[in-house]
Design a protein around this ligand. Structure first.
Ligand SMILES: *[C@@H]1O[C@H](CO)[C@@H](O)[C@H](O)[C@H]1NC(C)=O
Ligand SMILES: *[C@@H]1O[C@H](CO)[C@@H](O)[C@H](O)[C@H]1NC(C)=O
Ligand SMILES: *[C@@H]1O[C@H](CO)[C@@H](O)[C@H](O)[C@H]1NC(C)=O
Ligand SMILES: *[C@@H]1O[C@H](CO)[C@@H](O)[C@H](O)[C@H]1NC(C)=O
Length: 597
């Protein structure tokens, strides 16, 4: 603590005859410190330095009006601190040629009094000076407290929002209120400050200040603080409290409603959550309604309206508003529930077509969004758009057609439909009339395959052979295959006849039996044959002037059991036959159809 007493003012206080005194008007000191009061004296020139000088210090009696108590006496020969005063033992006085100084130890609040310095020079005159001792005790830091329950903006008059207290100060400190560092001016429409000052038995002051304030919504973010202003020796100090915010109750001014989930477009079956949020304190609770039924509150939990498994009928305008009704404050949103109905196929399920016919199939699915339709058959894309054109039906046209309807903007929406197309028609035997040559004694396989729906029945009519039998028979919905093994002993003519309820078709096979003898014989026979054929060709050309076109093709048949010799013979035969046939047929028909090893 500073031991410096502060001199507030120094004045010439009293002049009698020839003595002049100089004392400070006041001395300021912290509680507990030592105070020093000096008193200087001098004599006017006219006055002779006195031979006897008497110095006394007095103090104003407590509550004593004009009465005072002597606390010290001194002259040339003796000094005396008066007994049984408040200062006995606490003071020291120094004396010298020009003055005296009173020092008080352990200054107490009760020492805040007037001290008198009296100098008596008898004939030289008497003088007295007066000094006010001021004692200072800085108060404790201010403590601020907020009203917990909060304040509503609807209150018309200022109401208590906070209080501030500072204790044990001297002299009385002042309290100032701040809002966001700006002092609040008391006694206005908004602000009222109540101050309670108490003084305890030890003379300390405690000041309690209550801030009454008319809150506005903006005050919810404002910081309030109080500041204590107190005097210290030679200065004025301040101490600020911590800053608080106040709880402002205000009705909602804005409410918003939005879809919290799902993200993006809503489809039927989704669970939709609409959230309502607004300002206001305490946070408002909400009532959810639909526009068409404003009086029917929808069941909701807190600020969320949950709509499970929505359907298109849940589409519409939704609203939410605070439970405590505030006019004009509500949130709104349009909910659209998208859908895609199942695909409707025309024709339905399955359709029978006749070979060569046309058909238009359609696939439609009602949706709230634009759809895209693709057609598939056996996993292969066969069409696009909601109609499918099938033209000139063949048996391959038969099958399952699937239409896939999707919604590009909402890929999870999709449906499909399917139609089974069946193509009916009379039998159609594959392959043309066949001419074969086979060595006598061999067995030849004749194969007949027919398309048609219903699946054709194949019957054989074989002339020239008694020994034949069916070695293979296969059938499905629209195809029948029959293979017969025929034992060749002479030329034969065979016909397979495929028939169903819609008609029949047939195919003819001619098998020429060849002698399977030695190499030389065959060579001769072939040469003769070649010559004969050439001759007849020339003859015909000469006679008719053109080449006849035959309908039959000749085909070589390998033998069931081959030897090295046989191979040579057969290959030769084959070559010559081919040449022969080419010239006969004008190369118009190739060697095709079945070839059995
Ligand atoms: C208000 O004070 C409370 C507690 O003191 C604090 O949690 C909150 O963040 C403060 N608010 C503002 C706006 O400063
Ligand atoms: C306290 O307020 C009073 C009245 O406004 C004023 O006279 C006094 O000087 C103030 N005290 C301090 C320490 O500021
Ligand atoms: C084939 O068979 C059907 C039914 O048995 C018969 O009507 C038809 O005349 C036959 N066709 C030939 C060419 O033999
Ligand atoms: C005829 O066909 C049957 C059954 O496919 C087969 O086992 C047989 O070897 C064939 N015969 C000839 C000469 O190709």
């Amino acid at each position: 603590m500073s031991l410096l007493p502060s001199l507030m003012c120094v004045c010439v206080c009293s002049v009698w005859a020839g003595v002049e005194l100089t004392v400070p008007g006041s001395v300021e000191v912290y509680l507990g410190d030592s105070a020093q009061i000096s008193c200087q004296y001098s004599f006017t020139e006219a006055t002779v330095e006195p031979s006897f000088l008497m110095i006394q210090w007095f103090v104003r009696a407590i509550g004593g009006g004009s009465s005072r108590v002597r606390i010290f006496y001194g002259d040339h020969s003796s000094t005396l601190v008066d007994k049984d005063t408040n200062y006995t033992g606490r003071i020291q006085v120094t004396l010298d040629q020009h003055g005296t100084s009173l020092s008080i130890q352990g200054v107490q609040l009760s020492d805040e009094r007037e001290f008198f310095c009296q100098v008596n020079g008898l004939s030289a005159g008497t003088a007295e000076g007066k000094t006010q001792l001021r004692v200072f005790a800085p108060p404790e830091a201010p403590v601020i407290e907020v009203v917990q329950e909060g304040t509503s903006v609807t209150r018309e008059k200022p109401s208590k929002v906070a209080s501030c207290e500072t204790r044990n100060g001297f002299p009385k400190p002042n309290i100032t209120w701040y809002r966001n560092q700006v002092p609040l001016t008391p006694a206005t429409e908004r602000v009222n400050v109540l101050t309670l000052v108490t003084r305890d038995s030890r003379d300390f002051y405690s000041v309690q200040s209550t801030l009454e304030y008319r809150v506005q919504r903006e005050d919810k973010d404002a910081h309030f603080s109080c500041e204590v202003t107190f005097s210290v020796p030679g200065a004025v100090r301040t101490a600020e409290s911590s800053s608080i915010n106040i709880t402002v109750h205000y009705p909602p001014t804005m409410v918003e409603l939005w879809k919290q989930s799902p993200q993006g477009l809503v489809r039927e079956g989704d669970t939709v959550e609409l959230r309502c949020q607004g300002d206001g304190n305490p946070p408002p609770t909400f009532i959810f309604t639909r526009e068409q039924e404003p009086d029917v509150a929808l069941e909701s939990s807190d600020d969320v309206l949950t709509l499970s498994a929505v359907s298109r009928s849940d589409s519409g305008m939704y609203q939410c508003r605070p439970t405590q009704h505030v006019p004009e404050v509500k949130g709104e949103m349009q909910l659209t529930v998208h859908y895609l109905d199942s695909a409707v196929m025309v024709p339905k399920d399955s359709e029978v077509m006749f070979r060569g016919e046309d058909l238009v199939a359609t696939c439609n699915a009602l949706s709230s969004l634009k759809t895209s339709t693709l057609w598939f058959k056996d996993g292969r894309r066969v069409g696009e758009g909601h109609t499918l054109h099938l033209r000139d039906a063949t048996y391959e046209t038969t099958g399952e057609y699937v239409c896939d309807v999707t919604v590009p903007s909402l890929p999870s929406l999709r449906t499909n439909g399917s139609i089974h197309i069946v193509v009916q028609g009379p039998p159609q035997v594959l392959g043309a009339e066949q001419q074969l040559e086979a060595a006598a004694g061999r067995t030849v396989n004749l194969s007949c395959e027919a398309l048609g729906r219903p699946a054709p029945v194949i019957s054989w009519n074989i002339e020239g052979s008694q020994t034949w039998y069916e070695v293979m028979s296969q059938a499905n919905d629209q195809m029948t295959l029959s293979v017969v093994a025929v034992s060749i002993s002479a030329d034969i003519s065979a016909r397979c006849n495929a028939s169903n309820v819609l008609g029949s078709d047939s195919r003819t096979f001619r098998v020429t039996a060849a002698e399977g003898s030695g190499l030389v014989i065959i060579g001769i026979v072939l040469c003769l044959l070649l010559l004969a054929v050439l001759g007849s060709v020339l003859y015909f050309l000469h006679k008719k002037g053109k080449v006849l076109c035959g309908r039959s093709a000749k085909e070589e048949i390998t033998k069931e059991k081959t030897t090295k010799n046989d191979i040579v013979v057969e290959m030769k035969t084959k070559t010559e036959d081919a040449v022969l046939l080419k010239s006969v047929n004008g190369g118009k028909r190739g060697l095709s159809d079945q070839e059995s090893p």
